[in-house]
Design a protein around this ligand. Structure first.
Ligand code: KG4
Ligand code: ZN
Length: 338
């Protein structure tokens, strides 16, 4: 089955072509970072307009790279939520219209299911069941995964998502948007022993997260210690360590509570080297297996959408022409594959 995937939920426009037997054939990601950087964050209206400008030429480009024609497609997969509604509507409308014109089924893909399944694109990939730590700009969730569409929420952030905390702390340190990767680069120059940040919600049971306290701690530390370059690097380092330790503690609880032995981390923040290393170390200690997406498939992309959509289309699932994009959408509402 040949599936075209479209992603437009936030500030990346992405298109990919996935074949159920041959794997990923082509994929392109266009980032709107430059467009939004001058505003210090994503401007939804501008994001939608830019998706409209980019999407159709990118579909052409991906098809040309693959040497397949549009008429060879068996299905269409588009991100239908969660995300910015105006941005989602661009991908949904173009994807839907293309499927309608070609007379093929279209499937509405949950963005976080895309992230969750992204490690499946790798040659060495996890087997069900596993525990997934989803870490992106909008979500921080620990999920028990028994199969595609069989998700049980174990814990999530009660305030900021971890990517949001990275971005806000980076902004505070004077780093350009989006700050996550920039903060991570700065942290490499930091002294890990100068500041110790709190590990929120680790002293009580449960698997929920809170990140706004770490961010506030960064503000206070900066105010008290001046803002020279070394202090900023030391704060970035302490922030990253606090996040990594908090994640490790919650993942350990999730693994022990479920009794599972495979851990997956996915979503934009899973590109973070310190987090990847920390979970690898934890998994090694407990003899668990740990999997991440390839670095190109941690942040938003359409390969994960085409892959997730393909699995659902193969199982006979698709949506009618009147299906609507959703700003909010729980993973637990998704149907299991029959
Ligand atoms: O999954 P994603 O591309 O978009 C959403 O679905 O939100 O995640 C974007 C988030 C941003 O907050 C970005 O700063 C963060 O992922 N991020 C990182 C790194 N790369 C991306 N955070 C920390 N370290 C990184 N290397
Ligand atoms: Zn994402």
């Amino acid at each position: 089955m040949l599936v075209l995937g479209i992603e437009s939920s936030c500030d990346e426009t992405a298109v990919a072509l996935y074949h159920s037997e041959r794997g990923l054939l082509a994929h392109e990601v266009y980032s709107q970072i430059e467009l939004h950087a001058q505003y210090g964050g994503v401007v939804p209206e501008l994001a939608s307009r830019d998706h409209i400008r980019k999407l159709t030429p990118m579909i052409r480009q991906v098809m040309d790279q693959s040497k397949f024609a549009l008429t060879d497609l068996d299905g269409l997969a588009y991100t239908a939520g969660p995300g910015l509604v105006g941005a989602l509507l661009v991908g949904a409308s173009i994807g839907r219209s293309l499927a309608f014109a070609l007379g093929i089924p279209a499937v509405a893909v949950h963005h976080m299911e895309g992230h969750l399944l992204a490690p499946m694109l790798e040659e060495e990939h996890p087997e069900f069941p596993f525990v997934a730590l989803l870490v992106s700009g909008g979500h921080t969730q620990l999920v028990r995964v028994d199969g595609i569409g069989q998700y049980r929420m174990l814990g999530e952030s009660i305030d900021d998502a971890v990517g949001e905390a990275f971005d806000k702390t980076a902004k505070l340190l004077g780093l350009p948007y989006p700050g996550g990767p920039e903060l991570s680069k700065l942290a490499e120059k930091g002294n890990p022993d100068r500041f110790k940040f709190p590990r929120p919600m680790t002293d009580r049971p449960g698997m929920d997260f809170s990140f706004s306290g770490i961010k506030t701690h960064a503000i206070v530390t900066l105010q008290q210690n001046g803002d020279d370059a070394q202090t900023k690097a030391d704060i970035a380092c302490a922030f990253e360590i606090a996040v990594a330790e908090t994640m490790a503690i919650k993942c350990r609880r999730a693994m022990q509570e479920t009794g599972l032995s495979t851990l997956v981390m996915a979503g934009g923040v899973s590109a973070n080297t310190r987090l990847r290393q920390r979970l690898k170390q934890l998994a090694h200690k407990h003899q668990w297996r740990v999997f991440y997406p390839g670095k190109a498939f941690c942040t938003d992309n359409a390969a994960m959408i085409a892959f997730a959509g393909c699995q659902r289309l193969l199982a006979g699932q698709n949506q009618g022409l009147d299906y609507r994009a959703k700003a909010r959408w729980s993973l637990e509402e998704l149907p299991a594959l029959s």
